[in-house]
Design a binder for this molecule. Structure first.
Ligand code: 3EB
Length: 322
């Protein structure tokens, strides 16, 4: 019944692709190819890791580019993709890129963002002021949400990982109608309430989004308890805690469209052994940096659940920036 799904596939084999993401060994800005909006993200360490992901609801899609934002929409859902060029400080470019995306989504009539992915070059390196690039990014994103023309609503689920190319790329999924829920994780402090030691603005994302059709879009999930990284330097411990954090949201064995981001190429096979027995067989394992230097692994995926275990609907998208 027109559920929003993601699969690893050749877009030519999918009827009505809503958005196409190549998680690969090169970056390419937002574009439209064969009638679908697309973006290429440089997050694979080698060609063997690369996967192409296709989002679809099975409904015909209108695609285009407006204000350098590639978009596709099908009457219920919209996808859009943006890239922000490298800069000495990324706050202004990230803020303006997000605001451009918000304007395009508002103009098309899809004002409810349910999921976002952010891929950030030099994510752990200092910017021109000595601020870590991820924190600089979080400030730009928070400023955009604070100035958003979109209606107040729950924060989207998110992913924030490194990229092997400079600059920032992001893509979003949005709905025409409200009715989705933001979900938090009882083992973790909401990211939008992380204390200031993690940066001038906390990350603006929810732990998951539950869609009316039953899909639970789970954010990038790592070895964080409360707000602290646990098992520093211990890949097996981080894998265990990550699985336990996922299990607080849903049974990790039921996840589809799974991505496992691994900081060190040498951890790829150990992580595959540690997680592969639990996660879906077609999980993508990508080698890229993560948003805290002490995180070694992060996992995301999509589940089908009738109703989420723990919900948080009270948080407006503009409450994260002052
Ligand atoms: C964490 O839990 C790990 O900045 O959008 C996970 C998911 C993380 C999304 C984001 C960051 C983001 O804080 C990092």
């Amino acid at each position: 019944m027109d559920a929003l799904t993601s699969r690893y596939a050749d877009p030519a084999d999918v009827a009505h692709p809503l958005g196409v993401i190549r998680w690969g060994t090169d970056a390419a800005g937002p574009h439209v190819r064969d009638g679908a909006p697309a973006i290429d993200l440089h997050v694979a360490g080698e060609e063997g890791e690369a996967v192409t992901e296709v989002w679809t609801t099975g409904r015909p899609v209108i695609a285009g580019i407006r204000n350098d934002v590639a978009f596709g929409h099908d009457g219920r859902y919209a996808f859009c993709a943006v890239s922000v060029p490298p800069a000495a400080r990324c706050t202004p470019g990230v803020r303006d890129g997000y605001l451009r995306a918000f304007e395009v989504l508002a103009g098309l009539g899809y004002p409810y963002i349910v999921r976002m992915w952010n891929v950030i070059g030099a994510i752990n390196e200092p910017n021109a002021d000595g601020l870590e690039t991820y924190r600089d990014f979080c400030r730009g994103r928070a400023e955009a949400f604070a100035r958003s023309p979109l209606p107040e609503g729950p924060l989207p689920a998110g992913t924030g990982v490194g990229a092997h190319s400079p600059g920032v790329a992001f893509h979003l999924l949005a709905r025409r109608e409200p009715g989705h829920l933001a979900v938090e994780n009882r083992r973790q402090v909401p990211a939008y309430r992380y204390p200031p030691r993690y940066g001038p603005q906390p990350p603006a994302f929810a732990r998951a989004t539950h869609l009316p059709g039953g899909s639970l879009l789970i954010s990038g999930t790592a070895s964080i308890l409360g707000h602290e990284t646990v098992h520093r330097g211990d890949i097996a411990g981080q894998c265990r805690t990550t699985l336990a954090n996922l299990a607080a949201l849903t049974d990790p064995r039921t996840l589809r469209a799974v991505k496992v981001y691994v900081r060190h190429a040498g951890h790829r096979e150990p992580v595959r052994r540690l997680l592969g027995g639990t996660l879906a067989g077609d999980a993508a394992y990508l080698t890229t940096d993560l948003c805290r230097r002490d995180l070694l692994v992060e996992v995301e995926g999509v589940a089908q659940v009738p109703a989420p275990d723990r919900i948080c609907t009270a948080v407006g998208s503009r409450s994260t920036a002052s």
